[in-house]
Design a protein around this ligand. Structure first.
Ligand SMILES: Cc1cc2nc3c(=O)[nH]c(=O)nc-3n(C[C@H](O)[C@H](O)[C@H](O)COP(=O)(O)OP(=O)(O)OC[C@H]3O[C@@H](n4cnc5c(N)ncnc54)[C@H](O)[C@@H]3O)c2cc1C
Length: 271
């Protein structure tokens, strides 16, 4: 499957919206998950492959020219227009995905697989807490839009500076707290802000994603405080500072398992 860039838009200093469409997305199926993601395949500079390529041709290509998979959240899928919206962090002149987004122009093609996903705001929860950085904002924004009217929705988001903030909407009673690395560069800045926002007053559906160290610190705050039910907590580290995605995927499984065990123990101790 592949999409053709229909238009791009700069949402903030660091977030670039890329809208894909075209006949190559004809078989794309929507997802009920608000954290649905696609696995996009970026070609390194100089790769002889052209979109769309087949798996066999890609496997036969020299390793340095093979496509690099990167997961990106489905910000929106419009089945009627066949348009798929991705919001991508442009984080300097590094990374196949971030650089592609910075250079994307109408007519560019992007091969992808999916979608998959796992979270939808629990309809029975009394309130919602969505926490993350720039990379998690697309899923957070989609989740905030999907809650029932009148429910409390708290977003605590970490970005580099005020120019990285985006507009977020919700039918719920929305409170948004922005934290800036330019003011507080500690790895616990996001976790400290979540702790300061106070525990929930009822059952909580929580979504915590983003950089590995930063989001793990947030999960520890929730688990130590016994905030909500671990079954209603969605958390996974989307990326790791100082590691490219290939290196991160090599160690991510162990990280996730260790974090899950620690989280369960902390929740149990808080009871
Ligand atoms: C399920 C899921 C959904 C995701 N959804 C989105 C999304 O909607 N939008 C999005 O932009 N990202 C999203 N991500 C994160 C994205 O896949 C990673 O950030 C990925 O590493 C970016 O690839 P890259 O080629 O740009 O950089 P890489 O080649 O992976 O890394 C190059 C360097 O950049 C650093 N880096 C990577 N990501 C960031 C970042 N966000 N900010 C600062 N430095 C970074 C790395 O630590 C490394 O040092 C998602 C990840 C997952 C697992």
């Amino acid at each position: 499957m592949h999409g053709e860039v229909i238009r791009t838009e700069r949402l903030s200093r660091s977030l670039i919206r890329v809208v894909l469409g075209g006949a190559g997305l004809a078989s794309f199926a929507g997802s009920a998950f608000t954290d649905a993601y696609v696995n996009c395949l970026f070609l390194p500079d100089g790769s002889p492959l052209d979109v769309p390529w087949d798996e066999e041709t890609a496997r036969a290509t020299a390793a340095e020219h093979r496509p690099r998979p990167r997961r990106l959240s489905v910000r929106r899928w419009d089945a009627s227009s066949g348009e798929l919206t991705l919001d991508i962090v442009s984080h300097g002149d590094v990374g196949h995905c971030g650089r592609w987004a910075g250079r994307a122009r109408s007519g560019d093609l992007l091969q992808l697989r999916g979608p998959a996903g796992g979270y939808v705001p629990h309809p029975d929860a009394d309130e919602y807490l969505f926490v993350g950085d720039e990379s998690a904002l697309p899923a957070i924004a989609a989740s905030a839009e999907a809650v029932a009217a009148g429910k409390r929705v708290r977003i605590v988001a970490l970005v580099d500076a005020p120019g990285d903030e985006i507009a977020v909407q919700s039918p719920g009673e929305l409170e948004v707290v922005w934290i800036h690395r330019s003011v507080d560069s500690a790895v616990t800045a996001l976790a400290d802000a979540v702790a300061a926002s106070g525990p929930p007053s009822g059952s909580l559906s929580a979504f915590v994603h983003g950089e590995a160290e930063e989001s793990s610190a947030v999960v520890r705050v929730l688990a130590r405080g016994g905030w909500g039910d671990p079954e209603m907590l969605s958390s996974s580290p989307y990326w790791r500072r100082g590691m490219g995605d290939e290196a991160w995927r090599g160690v991510k499984g162990d990280w996730v398992r260790a974090m899950r065990d620690e989280t369960q123990a902390l929740f149990a101790a808080s009871r």
